[in-house]
Design a protein. Structure first.
Length: 92
């Protein structure tokens, strides 16, 4: 289960970040074990509060291993950073 996120983007040449905690109260009905669901829910929550940023990267921290997973927005969807090179090789 994911418990914390950091979203990153570049605006005017500078990296910006926003972060937040993840729990069932904050994200009701979201499968907190699915990274892409959590990222989408975080973005929707930010948009509902007027944020129009196009986020490019997200770090998610898990509760049981305190490990970070990094995701990037690649070709119109969120994927693990480690899969980007593999996806690029498949294209060639």
């Amino acid at each position: 289960m994911y418990v914390y996120y950091i979203l990153r983007a570049t605006k005017s040449g500078e990296v910006i970040e926003t972060e937040g905690d993840i729990d069932e109260e904050t994200f009701p009905g979201v499968d907190l074990t699915e990274a892409t669901d959590v990222i989408t829910a975080a973005q929707e929550q930010l948009r509902a509060n007027g944020d129009t940023t196009e986020w490019e990267e997200c770090d998610l921290t898990t509760s049981y291993s305190d490990r970070e997973d990094t995701y990037v927005y690649f070709q119109g969807r969120w994927i693990r950073r480690s899969e980007v090179a593999y996806k690029q090789l498949q294209k060639n």
